[in-house]
Design a protein around this ligand. Structure first.
Ligand code: KIV
Ligand code: ZN
Length: 504
């Protein structure tokens, strides 16, 4: 059976960017627009050009920097707005003007002080005017969610006649129930002459937490474009979230509805938008929240480790996550601890695992969040003893106006190797000296130093993440001397590399 294409209209840079504190400069907007293009959205609403010179410039620059998606510019049903939108779009390979007006009784009476007939006339005039300037015109009936279906159908029929190519039915205030919103779309499909010539678009806000449900209901009743934002950002409680609808359609294969979104780019795009807009994603946010694929109870962890689909409806790799997180808490079982130890490079005998598990439970009772370095600390000491490569000697010369120099001696399977190096700082010098002995390509990915209790005589804990041959290894070191702790952490990681490291 052939599947129907659902067009994704992303309004992160327009409706999403209206959130106070989320404003982006033009360079950042281009960055987001390029990410959206890579993600595979069909339309990017790049701004509201008449609203500010910054928005105008952003639409111009995004039009120049993006190739494949349609670039859309918002306007009110006002000639000046429409002219400015057309001007901003002149570099777009494919440009669309999005014009419209409020159609609910609230908007007509209290916002526009007008009448239904006059609003219909203004809608038609705006679409006609825009159609002279661009070939692709989308009309929005603002607050369509609270607009009576009969009047809405009259407006939509009139704007289609006037040249609209897409008709947008916004639930501007997020008031509709999913059944009600779907019913509205069906009503328009069944009662508007010419509706089959245009695309019906959903645009739902999340005031009652139903934006995704309403959008899906709209699609099930005939809408073929969805207006969404990354992470669901937007006015008040936000807009429909792109990732939620896209993954709903992808997961429910029986619907035969496809988007062009490369879902493996979802997480990357979500993080980019969150970082640039200083808008953290709530941990339990569907699809992209930190906990969306994290399992913490022992029963769930055991179930997921036995067969992922026991507790997951989406393979995390589909959204660009390497794998589900098995969170370690006091409720975790041995299976979860063993799994995490394996990821960290530790393969323990049953007796050692039992011993570490007992210690882990004691720690988990005191500490809510058990991190990799805590696990490393639990097995660390006993593990370091087995290392093939050990630090035998370390001397560092450093100080103000002195280039730090380090001399290290490594004991590799009983044989001693010396090296000296300089570096930007004492740790850098010491690691460089080690690298002179161990010449394999090892990239230091992450380096974290923490004091255990806080005094200057404290033990410093160093956690390192290194990469070798596309594999990640974690290393841990603890010492009152942080340079020694750093070298030990590095060597701890190096010792976990299989096909063992040989000196030069
Ligand atoms: O929510 C809304 O009605 C809008 C329109 C301007 C499309 O954002
Ligand atoms: Zn909106």
């Amino acid at each position: 059976m052939s599947s129907d294409r659902i067009y994704v209209f992303d309004t992160t840079l327009r409706d999403g960017e209206q959130v106070p504190g989320c404003q982006l400069n033009t360079i950042e907007k281009i960055q987001v627009a390029r990410a959206l293009e890579e993600l595979g959205v069909d339309v990017i609403e790049a701004g509201f050009p008449v609203s500010s010179p910054g928005d105008f410039t952003s639409v111009v620059e995004i039009s120049k920097n993006v190739t494949w998606p349609v670039i859309c510019a918002l306007s009110r049903a006002v000639e000046k707005d429409i002219e400015v939108a057309a001007e901003a779009l002149k570099h777009a390979k494919r440009g669309r003007i999005h014009t419209g007006i409020g159609t609910s009784d609230y908007h007509i009476k209290y916002k526009l002080s007008s009448t239904q007939d006059k609003i219909l006339e203004r809608a038609v005039a705006a679409v006609k005017f825009a159609s002279k300037l661009v070939s692709d015109v989308e009309f929005y009936a603002e607050d369509a969610g609270r607009t009576g279906n009969e009047y809405l159908a009259r407006v939509i029929e009139a704007v289609i006649k006037a040249g609209a190519t897409v008709v947008n039915i916004p639930d501007t205030t997020g008031y509709c129930l999913p059944g009600e919103y779907g019913e509205k779309i069906r009503y328009l499909k069944e009662n508007v002459r010419g509706i089959h010539k245009v695309t019906i678009s959903t645009h739902c806000h999340n005031d009652l937490g139903m934006a995704t449900a309403n959008t899906v209901s709209g699609v099930l009743n005939g809408a073929r474009q969805i207006e969404v934002t990354v992470n669901g950002i937007g006015e008040r409680a936000g807009n429909t979230s792109l990732e939620e609808v896209v993954m709903t359609l992808k997961s429910h294969k029986e619907l035969n509805l496809k988007t062009n979104v490369n879902t493996q780019m979802i997480l990357k795009t979500s993080r980019l938008v969150s970082n640039l807009m200083n808008m953290p994603v709530q941990p339990n946010k569907a699809i992209v929240g930190r906990n969306a694929f994290a399992h913490s109870s022992g029963i769930h962890q055991d179930g997921v480790l036995k067969h992922r689909e026991n507790y997951e409806i989406i393979d995390p790799r589909e959204i660009g996550l390497t794998e589900s997180a098995i969170l370690l808490t006091a409720r975790s079982g041995r299976a979860a601890l063993k799994h995490r130890l394996k990821l960290l490079g530790y393969e323990l005998s049953k007796e050692k695992l039992d011993q570490v598990y007992e210690e882990f439970l004691l720690l988990a009772d005191r500490k809510k969040d058990i991190r990799d370095e805590d696990i490393a600390l639990l097995v660390g000491e006993m593990h370091h003893e087995d290392h093939r490569i050990k630090l035998d000697f370390l001397q560092v010369v450093t100080g103000k106006n002195l280039k730090p120099m380090a001399t290290v001696r490594l004991n590799i399977s009983g044989e001693l190797f010396d090296a000296t190096a300089s570096g930007n700082g004492p740790v850098d010098a010491a690691i460089k000296a080690v690298q002179k002995i161990i010449t394999r390509k090892i990239i230091l990915e992450e380096f974290l130093i923490q004091a255990i209790t806080g005094g200057s005589d404290d033990v410093g804990k160093v956690h390192m993440q290194i990469e070798h041959d596309k594999m990640i290894y974690y290393g841990f070191g603890a010492n009152t001397d942080i340079i020694t702790a750093s070298v030990e952490a590095y060597l701890d990681g190096v010792n976990k590399i299989k096909n063992h490291i040989n000196p030069s």
